[in-house]
Design a protein around this ligand. Structure first.
Ligand SMILES: [Ca+2]
Ligand SMILES: [Ca+2]
Ligand SMILES: [Ca+2]
Ligand SMILES: [Ca+2]
Length: 276
């Protein structure tokens, strides 16, 4: 018998004797999920129904082995029995469950396309199509979906665009696991992009006095320079120095983020570090 939900099945047994030697009682074993109903027809014949009386859970027990025994009223008492094997079909009563509520991952900027950064996974206690899971980004995901791809079958997340630490340092992506019956679970992927030294320092002149009078006093400011490096940490720290050729009269002093290029009696090399 294959049972799905609360279907009942009925059985009929026949005893060829008459009067008190005919079938008197029926017994079912075990009775935790099924019981017997004896139904009398108007013509006096009887039949029994095997009825479900507590709900079945395939995830707990997929098969129920029952024995139905019929006893007659004779002396000695005779009995006949039949084995009933009930197989419980699966219903989609479990949603997928992600292994983590939040996945955190770091990836280097400029990571090549196709780089696998993470594999998410969800499990589903059902069977067959009811446990088959598809992974996807949730609907309201912005630009991240043009940079990352989710393999719907394996849950593997790969880089498909150009990650630029200087443009975006992290992404938050909502993901979904959906079984074939439409039940879902959601989770979150937090992606942190790490910096690479992919930017050179850029020098820009803020102001410049040129030519300069010969009687300029020492420490007269000739030029103000701004030096920028878009990278972070050590990658963004700059060291500034004047090449020694022909600049024996110049000095360089840091002034906040600005360098002052001035006249000096001695060649003075200074450096300045900035971190963005
Ligand atoms: Ca199920
Ligand atoms: Ca399911
Ligand atoms: Ca970059
Ligand atoms: Ca960088």
């Amino acid at each position: 018998y294959y049972i799905y939900g609360s279907t009942a099945s009925s059985c009929r047994s026949v005893d060829l004797d008459v009067a008190h030697n005919t079938i008197q009682t029926y017994k079912l074993n075990p009775t935790d999920h099924f019981k017997l109903n004896v139904v009398s027809r108007p013509d006096g014949t009887k039949y029994i129904e095997m009825v479900l009386h507590t709900s079945l859970d395939r995830e707990k027990q997929e098969e129920h082995k029952l024995t139905l025994t019929a006893f007659d009223g004779g002396n000695p008492q005779k009995s006949g029995s039949v084995k009933i094997n009930v197989v419980v079909l699966d219903a989609n009563d479990n949603a997928p469950v992600f292994s983590q509520a939040v996945y955190r991952v770091t990836v280097s900027e400029n990571a090549s396309r196709g780089t696998v950064i993470l594999t998410v996974s969800a499990t589903d206690n059902d069977k067959g199509a009811n446990e088959e899971i598809m992974y996807s980004f949730s609907q309201h995901t912005d630009s991240a979906s043009s940079l990352f791809n989710m393999d719907p079958r394996t849950g593997e997340m790969t880089v498909i665009g150009l990650l630029d630490y200087e443009k975006a340092k992290h992404y938050e992506i909502d993901i979904e696991a959906t079984d074939k019956g439409g039940l879902t679970d959601t989770s979150k992927v937090l992606i942190e992009v790490t910096d690479l030294n992919d930017n050179a320092p850029v020098i820009s002149i803020i102001s410049l006095s040129n030519p300069i009078p010969e009687d300029s006093a020492p420490d007269t400011v000739i030029a103000m320079l701004n030096i920028k490096d878009l990278d972070s940490g050590k990658n963004g720290q700059v060291k500034c120095l004047i090449s020694e050729t022909g600049l024996f009269l110049a000095s360089l002093k840091p002034l906040g983020p600005i360098f002052v290029f001035g006249v000096s009696v001695l060649l003075l090399l200074t450096h300045y570090s900035q971190s963005s």
